[in-house]
Write a protein that binds this ligand. Structure first.
Ligand code: ADP
Ligand code: MG
Length: 339
């Protein structure tokens, strides 16, 4: 049998494939909250226990899922967000692969409770591992709650690979803060082991979203950045007197989606130029807005890396926007270095 090719059982295949979307509690939180956002929620609550290893629960007031469709939600490649190949070129939702819930169902104990506003009753679905989903109806609040318990309970190797509770909590917390910055118009509440950590007001103000995460004191250190055009950039950057030791406080959103880009980071730093103290980095939250067909978000399963078709233009816009914002700012500097 050795060296012969064997087609994997669906059960094995599903668990392996699940590992690409669901890698840790933070990735579960990201996928669940993005689903709530795609469902047009205006308020989202995220609860975790034990770094999310024991429990992750995301509750929203979004459109819900009609009873008939609930079993489909946990099926692989089942999505309400794209229907055809051409839709792929004009994606305006955060999700589109139809993999997140099916992956979670394969590697945890998953429960969905959901009710669309025009349905009298809601639907509860529970599923775990290879078991068939159990579905029932019940009186529920409008919106959707997804609960993920005992992540990787059926894959000991994966479970062992999870970090300690403190580390996993930090990862979830930083994902939540980016989700808050990405969506200042959504009220996001984040609860860890019963304690409220963040609660953004959801009033549309990016500054208020930043304050919800960093605290009030930072607000005096920030400059508004506004760069209109086909490539539009807006956001907040710190005055060059408010600096961190690392680049962790520089983040980017493309059409409200968090992205990682070394090139954009370098462009921002070029915008600061000589103003920065050596080895220190600014705070910066920048939203880049492009026509959706000018970027390809389908490059990476986690969708963190995107391909910008006009990257050079975007980079030069970012650099100029930062430089202009700093030049316009007239407050005298009061140096304050952060850890
Ligand atoms: P994708 O987001 O790529 O479509 P998911 O597996 O994350 O795939 O979700 C599958 C489907 O379940 C979604 O397309 C959507 O129709 C539905 N769904 C998931 N979460 C929610 C939610 N919070 N509210 C409403 N519908 C949801
Ligand atoms: Mg999704």
């Amino acid at each position: 049998m050795k060296h012969r090719i064997n087609v994997l059982d669906e059960a094995i295949y599903k668990r392996i494939a699940a590992g690409e979307v669901v890698v840790n509690p933070a990735s579960v939180v990201k996928e669940l909250v993005e689903n709530s956002m795609d469902a047009e929620a205006t308020a989202i609550t995220i609860e975790i226990a034990q770094g999310g290893k024991e429990l992750i629960r995301v509750t929203d007031n979004g459109v819900g899922i009609i009873a008939e469709d609930v079993p489909l939600a946990v099926q692989k490649h089942a999505t309400s967000k794209i229907r055809s190949l051409s839709d792929l070129e004009q994606i305006e939702t955060l999700g589109f692969r139809g993999e997140a819930l099916s992956s979670m169902a394969a590697v945890s104990r998953l429960t969905i409770k959901t009710r669309p506003h025009d349905s009298v009753e809601g639907t509860i679905l529970s599923v775990s591992g290879e078991h068939r989903p159990e579905v029932s109806s019940a009186g529920l609040a409008e919106g959707t709650t997804v609960r993920v318990e005992n992540l990787f309970y059926n894959i000991p190797a994966r479970m062992k690979f999870l970090k300690n509770t403190a580390r996993e909590t930090v990862n979830v917390t930083s994902v939540v803060s980016r989700l808050i910055f990405a969506n200042p118009h959504i009220a996001i509440k984040y609860i860890n082991n019963g304690k409220v950590i963040y609660h953004s007001p959801g009033n549309g103000s990016l500054k208020d979203a930043v304050i919800a995460v960093y605290g009030k004191d930072i607000s005096h250190r920030l400059i508004d950045l506004e760069y209109p055009g086909e490539i539009a950039i807006h956001g907040l950057i710190s005055r060059p007197d408010f600096l961190y030791k690392g680049t962790n406080h520089i983040c980017f959103f493309l059409n409200s989606r968090y992205i990682q880009s070394r090139n954009l980071q370098a462009a921002v730093l070029r915008g600061y130029g000589e103003r920065l103290l050596r080895g220190h980095f600014p705070f910066s939250v920048l939203h880049v807005t492009l026509p959706p067909d000018r970027a390809d978000v389908n490059v990476h399963p986690g969708k963190l890396q995107v391909m910008l078709y006009d990257e050079a233009d975007v980079l030069s816009a970012a650099e100029h926007a930062v430089r202009a914002a700093l030049e316009e700012d007239s407050k005298p500097p009061v140096l304050s270095l952060q850890d």
